[in-house]
Design a protein around this ligand. Structure first.
Ligand code: 13P
Ligand code: SF4
Length: 329
């Protein structure tokens, strides 16, 4: 049953008074020690819990994390994010050991495009150019012409010659937004992110009335009606620069709630309000939240669970990823 929204207190990250604690917990200290011993790098997505972000070598969006994975010297990449992100790191670094604290950390969006279905579609449309959002499996990447992230999707699509027909997989919401931005007609795979489609215009309107004047910043995985309410639609990384440079000192952030930790860390003087859904003041991705500090410690200790991919898939999936990295330099 839908809760009465007026009874839900908003989730607000206000500027902290005083210096705030910079110390690490004993568990975080053990993780940092293990990281050194194992010559590992800890790459962390913006949606991870704040306590995990605090032990990261790098916190960022899918694009930034892919670049970090492509240039690390570490022997082990410990990826705190979801499965497709760790797979991407493995595809870029087939010779390195890539580990993920919880191998069950999947993604509804990735699941919405099974490789067999895409292969069947391509067999019927052999000339179509497949642009795949990075939120897809290694097998789907292997069937694609170029990969994109929410941070570079518009630029990637602009690079495809006008006379080519495009199939955008697997996120129909991001695809629709890119089509609007570029004026390019594209076939859209009917997939979505279960978490981002929970944001509704009613819930966003209500929080906007509570914080008039606070710009609304939304991720492109939100539905069109919600994106239209936003002052800016962008990737998680762009949210940081937008909020830092904007004159406002409060923002409504319409994406997964882990993002608020990153924003507060980088912009400590401003206030961030979580975009609510019909039922909750926040919106956590259940897959992203499967990783915990305890699992991270175990995974650095045992170097398991490891991402293992077959070499043919890796070779085929690397080309469209490299194309993306080159096209968005
Ligand atoms: P970003 O690439 O913007 O970090 O988004 C990743 C993601 O999974 C969004 O749900
Ligand atoms: Fe996938 Fe959505 Fe979670 Fe991102 S927020 S990892 S798209 S389920």
């Amino acid at each position: 049953m839908t809760k009465n929204l007026s009874t839900i207190a908003p989730l607000v990250f206000a500027p902290e008074s005083g210096a705030g604690s910079t110390g690490k917990s004993p568990l975080q200290e053990r993780i940092l020690k293990l990281k050194k011993e194992k010559n590992a790098v800890i790459l962390v997505h913006n949606y991870q819990d704040g306590v995990i972000q605090e032990v990261a070598d790098y916190v960022g969006d899918s694009l930034g994390l892919s670049y970090q994975a492509s240039k690390t010297d570490a022997e082990v990449i410990c990826f705190c994010g979801v499965h497709f992100m760790a797979e991407t790191a493995k595809i870029i670094n087939p010779g390195k050991r890539v580990i993920l604290p919880d191998p069950e950390a999947g993604c509804s969006l990735s699941d919405s495009c099974p490789a067999e279905k895409l292969a069947a579609y391509k067999a019927k449309h052999p000339d179509i150019v497949v642009v795949a959002y990075i939120n897809c499996s290694a097998e789907v990447k292997a069937l694609s012409d170029v990969i994109c992230t929410s941070g570079n999707a518009v630029d990637i699509v602009k690079r495809i010659p006008e006379d080519k027909e495009i199939l955008f997989v697997p996120d129909q919401n991001l695809g629709q937004w890119v089509a609007h931005q570029t004026g390019r007609k594209m076939k859209l795979w009917p997939g979505n992110c279960y978490a981002h489609i929970l944001f509704s215009t009613e819930a966003i309107e209500r929080i906007r009335l509570q914080y008039p004047g606070a710009p609304v910043v939304a991720h492109p995985e939100c539905v069109d009606s919600v994106r239209r309410m936003a002052d800016l639609v962008c990737s998680t990384e762009k949210m940081v620069t937008f909020c830092r440079d904007h004159e406002s000192d409060a923002f409504i952030i319409v994406t997964e709630t882990g993002m608020l930790h990153r924003l507060r860390r980088d912009i400590p003087g401003k206030t961030f309000i979580a975009g609510p859904t019909e039922n909750c003041a926040c919106n956590e991705c259940r897959f992203m939240k499967m990783n915990t500090l305890e699992k991270l410690e175990r995974c650095l200790d045992t170097l398991e669970p490891e991402i293992v991919l077959d070499p043919e898939t890796v070779a085929a999936a690397r080309l469209p990823i490299q194309r993306m990295l080159e096209w968005s330099r």
